[in-house]
Write a protein that binds this ligand. Sequence first.
Ligand code: GLU
Length: 505
Amino acid sequence: MIKIIFINILRRVRFAPSPTGPLHIGGLRTALFNYLFAKKTEGSFILRIEDTDKKREVAGAEKYIVDALNWCGIVPDEGPGTKSPFGPYRQSERNHLYNKEIKKLIASGHAYYAFDSEEELASCRRECEKKGQTFIYNYSNRLSLKNSLSLSKVEVADLLEKGEKHVVRFLSPKDKTVKTIDLIRGESNINSSLLDDKILMKADGTPTYHFANVVDDHLMEITHVIRGEEWLPSLALHFLLYEAFGWKKPSFAHLPLILNPNGKGKLSKRSGEKNGFPVFPIKWEGEAKLVGFKEHGFLPSGLVNYLATLGWSPKEGSEVLSLEELTEMFQLKSVVSAGANFDLEKLKWYNHKHIQGAGNEHLVNELQALNTSAQETNKERLTEAVGMVKERANTILELWGLLEYLFFEPKEYDDKSLKKIKKDGLNKICSEIASLCHSLERPDKLVENLKLWGEKNGISMGQIMMTARTVLVGELSGIDLQKIVSFIGLKNVSKRTRVFMKKHI
Ligand code: GLU
């Protein structure tokens, strides 16, 4: 009997942000797709902090990234703080590993020391510019520059011994066709002569992004690299690095950009500001204070559901999905390469749907966290009120606007509504409401009584309802009138009527 053994390769993916500021929702979408892809097969989602460029690092950015991911439920299985043989997970804590690996590349002739000073390189650049050319440090000129390929072994040893400032460069092969494969975009061929000999280790002894990234993906046994499209131009170099080491390459997938609402350019903070939405998940309390989607009243589940549709779409008919459902349906192979326009109205639609699906108590907690007036109200009553209005809310903040009048009397009355109700009979209607508040024992029949009174006295029902609504809400909006009366009670109806009459009659 033939035995078939299925080897299930456990997926290991990573989200590898640089802590240079708050996490943009483009980065959040990358994290999400990595998470969905890993979780679909019980693989691991890893957070790696790429903090090799200390000049660009911003205090608080790493914490922000972790908080934002947690808020969305995209929780890493491994990351800073996790004890595992794959750690540490901050690149700044892994220099010993890069030092070990770079020696291998130098020994095998795939990398070399370069001692050229800033001034020497600047002068090379000027020379090229004069001739209308661009200076590229590679096969075409490296033997005439100051490096371990052009200098003798003794000279190199001497310079290193003296502690001469140097970098380590990758020896990019001449005229080699590098065939790259991307799971979303397919194959492409690049001639290596177009590439420069990229710096792998900087003069301060720390690695560059390219080197640390490839070494870590290998050492952390990453099976799939899923990242933003902006890294596509680096793919050929990364392929060459894997080949130079003799390492097995992970699979690569470069996600399409999230574009500004008009489809022009990558979604920017400025465009968000212009169109009234943030581009960050949660508030950022760095030097410049920024608010996020959370503070704008979006639920993480709504935001995540919408972000999942940027570049990918679940099968038709299943649009409103939880993180678990998205995980089940997600297919990396159906991610498209075309950029996706950010559409605030669509995001609101998703958020609306997630608000409908959320428990009222949960919505109250969210509302009270965002709105100080809501904190002053009784939680039980607020929960009841939220249940009555939530079907009209797109955001948590909108909930308050839809229910405020159930707790506070109107501060002012809308002009248009006043114009509609200021007719003969206004005084009579208000007086009847006030008198019913005294004669009735319970609020639940007030509207019915008003209707009967109107019929008897020849006052139109429309006029009565509009008047009562303006008196109680301040404008011609709000939930069913009897529900308002029952919620606020006869005493409050009477009080609001008196206040209104004082001002407008
Ligand atoms: N540190 C890079 C970034 O912030 C990661 C790129 C990658 O995933 O390879 O975008």
